[in-house]
Design a protein around this ligand. Structure first.
Ligand code: PLP
Length: 446
């Protein structure tokens, strides 16, 4: 009898006992191909000796020193390295233990900035529907995914949500991608004006939407317009790269592809690559200096801020991504994987869209490819895909509610940047078997 509180009380997970490269091994000896890095975490694969060695050395040298008293060499070095490669204007790094903590810190920093900048009336946050920003109460309130929010709604802070940039479904037939992006971005300006242009503190978005939509990048020009609107109204732009950052899209920072810089940026997952729990919030010099010349104190903090061992792991991971040229590798492997997926599912009647960027790929499952009609939510397609894939020895990340938080299904893939062509073939084969077993009984000829 286990005393661990699992995610699914009625379906406790099997025990993992080891991991090796792109596989996790169960206690029955079965090898599971890690096609999603868990949830876009394990970007280097498993058992990387360099990262393990960095953790060992740091644990021996200094396992913990509270940030109320000390900084540490790995925290300093990792901050320098991140800022060296970060989008222009970002200057300081606040290390936390995961994605939700990074988003919480970002929300509070945005609010404190406006208070210390003489605009305490700025209190509204705008985010996007179908986004996920974490499960702590502040981050959950910012997220726009209906089923995750539903039962907690009465205790969430008030955040308003505009449409995501979702070309596959929302672009009109007679509209160019760029025109569609401008129309979608215009919703931000309309919402700022509705709430009061001097009352909005921040806009929060994922550059490539991950868990809730399945690797959906924005169309060209969308984020440039968003940046422009934020600048016009003094609204801080918070980009959540917890899932899509740290090389996942083939860029170290996902917003590099958009040619913009946020005021605050959140990273996690790939930063520790699963070797240590670590996240970070990066902020601009302007924000930092405003608080520095004001109270001089960010009213926030956790016990494990900038944990030395977590920072040592993060430092080793980012160095590995850069030194091993894994951004280039991720782009090459991405092209191979996209080709394999398009070859296998490009004409599949149930796969409406294969999208993404770098090693961050989504497949949207539909009932009817021509009309893009999703399956009825009651069929639980994503849950069935997850179960069947796992039985076939594949870890992938399917999710329902792609369209509006209730309907729609997708599968998210986020393999290690070290995924080989054989791994891609194995993934596609297992996914083919999975889709066949789940979808061939749903009515249309397969
Ligand atoms: N933000 C995004 C975009 C995420 O995808 C996630 C997790 O999936 C989070 C925040 C929350 O991160 P964590 O689960 O580490 O708290």
């Amino acid at each position: 009898m286990s005393h661990v509180f699992p995610r699914q009380i009625n379906a406790p997970p099997i025990k993992a006992v080891a991991s090796e490269g792109c596989y996790i091994i169960g206690e029955d000896g079965k090898h599971y191909l890690d096609g999603s890095g868990g949830a876009a975490v394990s970007c280097l694969g498993h058992g990387d000796v360099q990262i393990i060695e960095a953790i060992k050395q740091q644990t021996e040298a200094l396992a913990f020193a509270h940030t109320g008293f000390f900084t540490s060499a790995p925290a300093e070095e990792l901050a320098d390295l991140l800022i060296k490669h970060a989008p222009a204007g970002l200057d300081r790094v606040y290390f936390v233990s995961g994605g939700s903590e990074a988003v919480e810190a970002a929300i509070k920093l945005a609010r404190q900035f406006h208070v210390e900048n003489g605009e305490p009336q700025r209190r509204h946050i705008i985010a996007r529907r179908q986004s996920y920003h974490g499960n702590t109460l502040g981050a959950l309130a910012v997220g726009g995914n209906q089923w995750r929010r539903a039962q907690f709604e009465p205790i969430l802070i008030d955040v308003t949500h505009i449409s995501p940039c979702y070309e596959y479904v929302d672009r009109k037939a007679d509209e160019t991608a760029v025109d569609y992006g401008q129309r979608a971005a215009q919703e931000l300006e309309d919402e700022i004006l509705r709430l009061g242009p001097d009352k909005v503190m921040a806009f929060v978005a994922e550059p490539v939407v991950g868990a809730t939509m399945g690797a959906v990048p924005a169309v060209e020009g969308y984020f440039k317009r968003i940046r422009n609107i934020c600048d016009t109204y003094g609204v801080l732009l918070i980009l959540d790269e917890v899932m899509c950052g740290m090389g996942r899209t083939g860029h170290l920072f996902a917003c590099d592809a958009e040619g913009i810089s946020p005021d605050i940026l959140c990273i996690a997952k790939g930063l520790g690559a699963g070797y240590q729990p670590i996240g970070a919030m990066l902020c601009s010099k302007t924000i930092y200096d405003t608080i520095g010349s004001g109270t001089g104190f960010f009213q926030h903090g956790h016990t494990y801020l900038a944990h030395p061992v977590a920072c040592a792991a993060g430092l080793a991971v980012v160095n590995a991504i850069l030194d091993r040229k894994l951004l280039k590798a991720a782009n090459t492997r991405s092209a191979q994987l996209f080709a394999a997926l398009n070859g296998a599912f490009g004409q599949n009647p149930y796969i409406g869209d294969i999208r993404g960027r770098g090693m961050f790929i989504g497949l949207e499952i539909v009932k009817d490819r021509e009309t893009k009609t999703p399956f009825e939510p009651g069929l639980g397609i994503a849950a069935k895909v997850k179960k069947a894939a796992f039985e076939a020895g594949l870890i992938c990340y399917p999710m329902s509610g792609t369209r509006d938080g209730k309907t729609g299904d997708h599968v998210l893939l986020a393999p290690a940047f070290t995924f080989s062509e054989q791994h891609s073939s194995e993934l596609v084969e297992k996914l083919e078997a999975t889709f066949f077993s789940v979808l061939s009984g749903t009515g249309r000829s397969y």
